[in-house]
Design a protein around this ligand. Sequence first.
Ligand code: FMN
Length: 249
Amino acid sequence: MNEMIQFLKSHRSVREYDPEKDVSAEQVQAVIEAAMAAPNWINGQQVSVIEVRDLEKKAALAEACGGQKWIEEAPVFLVFCLDFYRAMLASEMHKTEFRLPEELEGVIIGSTDVGIALGTAVVAAESMGLGTVPIGGVRKKPQTFIDLLQLPEYVYPVCGLVVGHPRNIPDKKPRLPLEAVYHKEIYDSGIQKDLIVQYDEIMTGYMTARTNGQDSSNWSAKVANFYDKRILEYKSISESGLKKQGFRI
Ligand SMILES: Cc1cc2nc3c(=O)[nH]c(=O)nc-3n(C[C@H](O)[C@H](O)[C@H](O)COP(=O)(O)O)c2cc1C
């Protein structure tokens, strides 16, 4: 296994930062440039990233994300937006129909572009010894982001990324067994339940150790609870937020 792959496999999300240690402008620029170099749909470059360092603004955004204190603790919060504002301008320049806002496909295109850019940014930041944690909580109150970041139409906040110097790096979170995710030629649905049971045991052990016994819940219980209850925190919010930004799906 080469060093890059070993490095990629050592990823952990960080939720404890040293507020005294800054992240330089050069480091942030390097992260964004790496993200911009990532593959993207039709080279349309449907992503914009807003850097937030202002303490008051970070506090308001942390609150909007459900009170995630690591957003305030770290010096830099990057907000990754799907962005069709430039595509709209291109359509205007060429006097063509701008059909994108009516298509669900637009959200898929923008979200995959954001995901790839975000993943690349994580690797770039980690390569400089920085810690990160993505923040999907931005979609709990997207209007706060739209207002405070002055996002124009066709621009929507999909995910944040906290960047800072780790104060504590957690143990690597175990993943599902390889066979659950990696299928050859056809999808093997028959093996999934057994693999989930196996993984549940591993995750119970991991969480118990990580939280000093305070959380011993397993993976399937967490996922089931999210798609039953916690998903409601996002329900129809994304839909109305996207509408507000000009999407008409
Ligand atoms: C799109 C996305 C959104 C996420 N949103 C949050 C979030 O709002 N808050 C948080 O603490 N972690 C968030 N995470 C981090 C995941 O919880 C974390 O990646 C996962 O538990 C695996 O742990 P690891 O990254 O340490 O391996 C998010 C991750 C992704 C990819």
